[in-house]
Ligand binder design. Structure first.
Ligand code: C2E
Ligand code: MG
Ligand code: MG
Ligand code: MG
Length: 292
């Protein structure tokens, strides 16, 4: 490196660090107001049945709609709130808003599919997260069928004891529990044996080099196969192309999620999409070439 390269590198590093500190301060000083005024809201990303293209569920993904800064993504605030042990307040606010929405849909006769909630490992450390979620669900008078709990692979290794206990309570009450981002972390396959998941969400990492790395395709079909034999359902995240969707359908991956079908959308847009298209085929899959 020349001197000026180093100076440039230093500036890049410096501004990245400053930005993250600035961001951290911003999140922490405005969090209570953001909760109170509901700047933090769920966006919804649909899940698609790979064979029929029908919507079979949604995932709630938090967005901080800031009056000054615009839409902030989870990368800006989730880990800050985890560090401060405040993430359970955000997660429960998402649960509350999701339950309100499900309740309203059921009351208005709008058909609605189960919605996933992302829980942080910290939720299992700082409170009885099952009891909190279930209290909100009961308050809104909706069956547990409509809520699915997503837990990251890394949660299994960080808080195994609390997680096992909470998982059994969620299961007993009738919630589905999904493993999120499977394959992205360092946890072992052994976890599939010890923890009782209903579905594994395969991380989009295997789709990244899908087109030019046959090994990725081998890994994907092995995961789907193994899951099937273990009695687990499968969904692949981050599906962006027709080739990916077709491949995943052909290897028997049951559900797909990704920008190919839809980005996470605010509630109003989801509802107007359903009004326009119904639950039908999100044109992912040419059924003709499948049944040929
Ligand atoms: P995740 O639960 O694995 O969610 C999937 C992420 O991938 C989302 O990012 C989604 O917008 C993005 N995604 C979906 N389809 C595609 C695609 O086709 N291509 C690409 N490149 N990306 C796609 P997002 O919304 O930024 O969320 C990031 C992570 O933040 C989530 O990963 C989840 O771990 C966490 N998160 C989001 N909302 C919440 C929440 O309410 N509570 C907690 N505790 N964590 C949350
Ligand atoms: Mg998730
Ligand atoms: Mg995921
Ligand atoms: Mg993720």
């Amino acid at each position: 490196y020349t001197g000026s390269d180093l100076t440039q590198l230093y500036h890049v590093y410096d501004s990245a660090v400053q930005e993250s500190f600035g961001n951290r301060d911003y999140v922490l000083t405005h969090f209570w107001e953001a909760l109170d005024k509901r700047w933090i809201q769920p966006y919804y990303q649909m899940e698609i049945r790979s064979l029929t293209g029908q919507i079979c569920g949604y995932e709630a993904l938090a967005r901080w709609i800031d009056p000054d800064k615009g839409i902030l993504s989870p990368a800006t605030f989730i880990s800050v709130l985890e560090d401060m042990h405040l993430i359970n307040l955000l997660d429960l606010s998402i649960v509350e808003q999701v339950c309100e929405t499900i309740h309203d849909c059921l009351e208005d006769g709008i058909s609605v599919q189960p919605i996933s909630i992302n829980l942080s490992r910290v939720d299992f450390q700082v409170c009885d997260i099952f009891q909190e979620v279930d209290r909100i669900r009961k308050k809104h008078d909706i069956p547990p069928y409509y809520l699915k709990i997503e837990i990251l692979e890394s949660t299994l290794t960080r808080v195994p004891g609390q997680l096992l206990l909470a998982m059994s309570k969620f299961h007993q009450a009738g919630y589905q529990i999904w493993m999120d981002d499977f394959g992205s972390g360092y946890s072992s396959l052994n976890n599939l044996k010890d923890f009782n998941f209903d579905l594994i969400k395969i991380d989009m990492i295997f789709l990244k080099d899908f087109a030019n790395n046959p090994k990725s395709r081998i890994i994907l079909s092995s995961i789907v196969n193994m899951a099937k034999q273990l009695g687990l359902h499968t969904l692949c995240e981050g599906v962006e192309t027709k080739e990916q969707a077709d491949f995943l359908r052909d290897i028997g991956c049951e559900r797909l999620q990704g920008f190919r079908f839809s980005k996470p959308l605010p509630l109003e847009e989801v509802i107007s999409l359903i009004h326009k298209n119904g639950y039908g085929h999100y044109e992912p899959v040419e059924l003709n070439d499948y049944y040929d």
